[in-house]
Design a protein around this ligand. Structure first.
Ligand SMILES: [Zn+2]
Length: 338
């Protein structure tokens, strides 16, 4: 019997060592330990043994069973370990491979310039005022001293939505709203979108302006020059100068156009400034007393200045953008540069 058991164990050892899947191991388990296995047969035959032989035989059979179980268990661990390693090598992640990049968004050049302008004026004590894009004729024209027959009121220049409803053509409308609701001293800028019926390389039907309004006792033209000079140097650099040219606007008197020395040639003359050495920046002037009267501000007591700057114009000069339409085409290759 001992010999027979040794033979069974030896063949179990060989077959279990050769098994390399868990499925095979299961089959081997029933072959060597199952109901129809030789070992089980021998256990069943125990009853035919004498009572002296029984304990010794039982001991041997149990040992054999334990040994086969041990062989099965250790082979099972080995197979699991191999499977695990195989899975690892298949699913291995190459941490040196470049990842899939998620493109980072950035602010639009108009927004960048707008924020920079706001920061500069806030640092000089200005508040930011906002108003609606959809306006009436009073705020867009009447209160700004624009005569009824002024060409700017024409349908070909202004987008009318209804009889007395239009898209504001300038952010000066916000100045009117501020003067209606606040008594001087007033010191605000109003950045925002404006709309005019024009479209070419230097005009867009929707564009952005920042307007400034300062009203107080004793405000004069020198204050206006000062603040613009500081502003221009902060945006474009210390070497840039500004100058005023006489002009006419309905709501300021006197009025001026603001130029800055060319950012490319510093006044010598180049293709950017078309040889003049100067670039147009916007309009400015002392608030017309008529405007004050219309808004119940004492024009004997108070004076004020206002100016308006084109944000696109500043962005184009600052970032050397040749065509305004680039700002609105949303071409990612263009926008990515900011
Ligand atoms: Zn130039």
């Amino acid at each position: 019997m001992k010999e027979k058991l040794e033979k069974i164990i030896a063949s179990a050892q060989d077959e279990i060592a050769a098994g390399d899947t868990l499925h095979q191991l299961n089959q081997l388990k029933s072959k060597f330990l199952g109901k129809k296995s030789e070992l089980m047969d021998m256990m069943k035959q125990m009853s035919s043994l004498s009572s002296e032989e029984k304990p010794e035989a039982g001991k041997l059979l149990n040992l054999a069973k334990k040994q086969i179980n041990r062989l099965l268990n250790s082979r099972e661990l080995e197979i699991k370990e191999l499977d695990y390693r195989r899975t690892l090598s298949i699913e291995q992640i190459d941490i040196t491979m470049p990842g899939r990049r998620r493109e980072k968004g950035s602010l639009h050049p108009i927004t960048l310039v707008m924020q920079e302008i706001e920061d500069i004026f806030i640092s000089m004590g200005f508040d930011i005022a906002e108003g609606p894009d959809i306006e009436d004729e009073f705020h867009n024209f009447d209160a700004l001293n624009t005569p009824k027959d002024h060409p700017a009121r024409d349908l070909s220049d202004t987008f009318y939505i209804g009889d007395d409803v239009l898209l504001r053509t300038q952010t000066s409308t916000v100045q009117v709203r501020v003067m209606q609701n606040h008594k001087p001293p007033i010191r605000i800028i109003s950045p925002g979108s404006c709309y005019r019926n024009e479209n070419d390389a230097s005009h867009s039907p929707m564009f952005h302006q920042v307007e400034a309004l300062v009203v107080d006792d004793g405000i004069n033209f020198a204050d206006l020059r000062d603040i613009l000079n500081v502003f221009v140097k902060k945006v474009f650099g210390d070497q840039i100068e500004s100058r005023f040219r006489p002009h006419f606007f309905p709501f300021t008197e006197p009025s001026a156009e603001i130029d800055i020395s060319c950012v490319k040639c510093y006044g010598k003359g180049c293709n950017l400034c078309k040889g003049s050495g100067w670039l147009e920046m916007g309009g400015a002037g002392m608030v017309d007393p008529n405007v004050f009267e219309m808004l119940d501000i004492d024009s004997e007591k108070y004076t004020g200045y206002a100016f308006g700057l084109g944000i696109e114009r500043i962005a184009m000069i600052k970032y050397k953008i040749p065509d305004m339409r680039l700002l609105y085409e949303n071409d990612v290759r263009f926008l990515r540069q900011f």
